[in-house]
Design a protein around this ligand. Sequence first.
Ligand code: 3AM
Length: 183
Amino acid sequence: MRLFVGLDLPSEMREPLALLCRGLGPVRWVPAANYHLTLRFIGEVAPDRAEEVDFALASLRVPGFPLRLGGLGVFERNGRIASLWAGVDRHPGLDRLQAKIETALQRAGLPAERRRFSPHVSLARLESPLTPTIAAWLQANNLFRTPEAAIRHFTLFRSYLGKLHPTYTVEAEYALESTFIPS
Ligand code: 3AM
């Protein structure tokens, strides 16, 4: 099974994100139901390894924290834009959660993640040079910000690859501690 750990976005963030996703011609917009913030991509694992992952994640004790999305950006691959995303305000609570997940998964036997944590919410996938239309979209929406929302749990998602979009299902949810790190 193909797994990743992430945040299921609070409902008050989904609508403002969905409103951004128009006006760019032939790009593959991420369906609103798929919006998430990846904390750790795991990839294909056997069911017994998935159980160990679940056990490791369930043992974490991490406080809740506020999350706010803001700004837009792009990831490039081979000189072309591969995705458009909404940025995330950095917060010590988010960084602590990501670091604890990484440590727990390594202890459970997964190889270390080599890529630096770069929190974002993917909005579109494409394969295109930076066209004037994309540049204008980035500029027009760059002041985008969502309201702040309290994060009280994180999620182990299962991903089923599809022709156009993957489908994500919730394998498990893990409550954060009731203590809360304020903004
Ligand atoms: O959170 P986003 O949507 O940016 O692109 C995949 C998606 O990213 C990414 O994991 C998230 C949940 O599927 N992903 C897919 N394959 C990956 C890989 N081999 C990967 N991330 C790292 N390594």
